[in-house]
Design a protein around this ligand. Structure first.
Ligand code: 4AD
Ligand code: MG
Length: 480
């Protein structure tokens, strides 16, 4: 018994061999040729059915989307494209399909829009595009673990249910075992959290960073990789309410080390995908190029998908300060009217994704690492610079994506951290344990967070984040 991928890799070597393959029918032409797929690869194997040798009943059940087991012999393929095909000796039907049920589903063999695929997220795994994306996503996740393991990092699991708001942005989903129709109240009428399962307000994590910092203060080099939740009401093609984040944290690293790590890491995982997902990326590359050719000329990317990945590998990321970026943006003429949709309000303003993408796609034509942002627009835990107004923050900006990584060198000085927490209204009693890490042998340290889905978007050339995660959770949809 072989997976279709294994069999196609064997190719002509497998000729004359008896094999069993199992999969789903993609098409059945002329009552004779089955295109069979089992999810192991984008490629189908052709199964030839001599209908004289099969009973009506079996033949009737071989239809699009049916699940079957084929016992047969590998022969040289007569058609072009593939070296081998299977001459079927017997076919077992695991699950047939009622053709009426098939109507209106994304399994019907024709072109469907991505929007339509999303409505049937549970069936998307059967489609070429989505299955290719899922295999690439898997390869990237595997490469991420391999990268950090090879570099001596330890994978630590940080809590999903937590009391802290790591980013201080108040974008949390509350977690409770309360019966909402019957909330326990204190005497002054407020919700009584002492009666909650956790006896206090808890939420789903927005980042494992603070706990990762604690771990790095003993283990040295650590990373987290888990689901992360943001209750921000942004319906964009880059935001999810539930996404996966990778967060390395390294004791003794300064911001330059952090930038080096981010760049090396990104290049490693992209190279891994290029080396290990050749067929899927070739398929996605074709798709990407077709999509680009339908865009107006000035919006088209000059590079194909694979060319773009190679371009990122072969060029050093541009590094510049926020202040330098503002100077460039102030003098830029991004479109015919010479304006951005959101104007740059001068130093201190946060950048919109159109500004980030302008720097990457038009000005530098390269991934960019922006650093030393104004303290006010970044989180409380970032290390304050000598100038007293910027912090050692860094954002990695990618073409077609904008921000793909956010990170910083952390404030390791207890007194400065305390002052920042005061200014940012971060509860010091709540984060007593975090402050402890600065009391007992504090060290400079740095880390960052990579959004897995944004990485998958970049590598697959997709444009909507809902198309790179199996069951997307967004403000408007969590149907599955
Ligand atoms: O910039 P963010 O919010 O940084 C942090 O959470 C830090 N604690 C990370 C750290 O230093 N350890 O998020 C990091 C990355 C972003 O650059 C983006 O790629 C992704 O996480 N991200 C999202 N991805 C999808 N949907 C959302 N709503 C996201 N919010 C952030
Ligand atoms: Mg960020």
């Amino acid at each position: 018994s072989y997976s279709i991928d294994q069999l196609l890799v064997k190719g002509k070597e497998a000729i004359h061999q008896d094999v069993i393959v199992k999969g789903w029918v993609r098409s059945f032409r002329s009552n004779r040729f089955i295109a069979l797929n089992d999810g192991s690869t984008i490629n189908n194997i052709q199964v030839v059915v001599d209908f004289e040798n099969f009973d009506e009943e079996t033949l009737d059940q071989i239809s699009v989307a049916a699940a079957i087991k084929v016992t047969g012999v590998v022969v040289e393929s007569q058609g072009k494209g593939q070296d081998i095909e299977i001459q079927a000796k017997s076919i077992k039907i695991y699950g047939g399909v009622n053709s009426d049920d098939l109507q209106g589903t994304i399994l019907q063999p024709k072109r469907h829009t991505l929007e339509f695929l999303r409505e049937q997220a549970h069936l998307r795994f059967r489609t070429n595009t989505f299955a290719a994306i899922m295999r690439v996503r898997h390869a990237l996740m595997f490469a991420i673990h391999q990268y950090y393991n090879d570099k001596g990092f330890f994978y630590v699991n940080t809590p999903i249910v937590t009391g802290s708001d790591a980013e201080g942005a108040g974008e949390m989903f509350c977690v409770t075992n309360f019966d909402f129709d019957n909330l326990p109240k204190t005497e002054d009428g407020k919700v009584d959290f002492s009666q909650d399962f956790f006896s206090k307000k808890t939420n789903l994590t927005v980042s494992g960073q603070l706990e990762a910092e604690a771990a790095a203060m003993g283990l040295g080099k650590v990373y987290t990789f888990g689901p992360t939740f943001r209750a921000e009401n942004s319906n964009t093609s880059r935001h999810l309410a539930e996404f996966w984040m990778i967060e390395p944290e390294v004791a003794f690293n300064d911001l330059d080390d952090n930038m080096d790590l981010a760049e090396d890491f990104m290049k490693y995982v992209i190279q891994y995908a290029l080396d290990n997902c050749k067929d899927d990326l070739a398929f996605l590359n074709d798709r990407y190029e077709k999509e680009q050719s339908q865009k107006p000329k000035d919006q088209r990317s000059d590079l194909g998908l694979i060319e773009r990945l190679e371009y990122v590998l072969n060029n050093k990321f541009v590094r510049l300060t926020y202040t330098e970026a503002i100077d460039i943006l102030k003098d830029s003429k991004p479109n015919k009217k010479g304006k951005f949709k959101y104007s740059i309000d001068g130093w201190g303003a946060d950048l919109q994704s159109e500004h980030e993408r302008y720097l990457v796609e038009k000005h530098f034509k390269s991934p960019v690492i922006l650093f030393d942002y104004p303290a006010e627009i970044k989180a409380f835990y970032m290390r304050l610079n000598e100038d007293g107004k910027t912090v050692r923050a860094m954002d990695v900006l990618f073409p077609g994506i904008g921000e793909i990584i956010g990170g910083s060198q952390r404030e390791e000085r207890l007194d400065v951290l305390r002052k920042k927490m005061e200014e940012f209204n971060v509860d010091q009693e709540e984060l007593w344990w975090y402050l402890d890490t600065r009391k007992f042998g504090t060290v400079p340290h740095s880390g960052f967070g990579l959004g897995l889905e944004r990485l998958v978007l970049f590598v697959t050339g997709m444009t909507n984040i809902r198309d790179v995660i199996p069951f997307p959770r967004t403000p408007k949809s969590a149907e599955f």
